[in-house]
Design a protein around this ligand. Sequence first.
Ligand SMILES: [Fe+2]
Ligand SMILES: [Fe+2]
Length: 284
Amino acid sequence: MPYTLEDVTRLIEENMPSLSPTASKVIKLANNINTPPAELTQVIKLDPVLSAKVLKLVNSSYFSLSNQIVSLEKAVILLGLNTIKNLALSAAVLAQMESGKAHKDFDSEAFWKHSLAVGVTAKLIAQKRGVEKKVIEDYFISGLLHDLGVLAEFSVFPETVDRLLLAVESVNLYDAEDLILDGLTHCSIGHVLAQRWALSEELSNVLLQHHTPWDFDKPSELVLTVYIANIICKKHGIGLIMGVPPFEPDERAFTSLSITPSVENEILEVIEAEITKAMEFLKV
Ligand SMILES: [Fe+2]
Ligand SMILES: [Fe+2]
């Protein structure tokens, strides 16, 4: 019997924890550009771990500020709503994922390296395109979390993991899933998880659309950027490669973003150094 999206929703509810109330509240407040920093600071203060992360991040080499910041509110102002949101989101998601049990044949280290590499690549592409500074971090987080559906898939369908890992030796992951899970993929599963965690619509769309942007009406710049970043990282074997990837991004993605495929070489020159730097963001 094929699984339906309703089954996936139920299985995710049964098998995957919700985000913590503080994390959800921070993400919700930070999504509203009119939230005063003082109000956000009050909520962050309720969570000592998150408070420490905010201060550590603002003082880390990731932001390379010259003065030591000790006030939480000042840190919130300096980092900005969007970075705080992304910090709370990535910390909450990573904590959830670490608490989950990984399949014995799943290389989670390589998986996170792939995730980080796609985050960094998406951010570099956005920087090259001159994307507004305050949304640049959205590109990083979207790349970082684009394959969350893979983790969700492995925890709600543990019995299919062996078959999937075998199948990806000869076809790409998306096609293997489509076949084995009868139309479901890590994209549709990730989208259900994104809804359950009330992630933003832009991010949910990245989870859903990053392999097949043109199956959807007007894919966003964020989706197209992550689509290109994902293929570049797989093509160069940066982190986990599951399945036989398409080796070149579709020309249409470059045209829509007004960039040329030469962006790939520029990225390759700096990617390893940028991955090391980005680890700082996750380690805090
Ligand atoms: Fe993917
Ligand atoms: Fe990926």
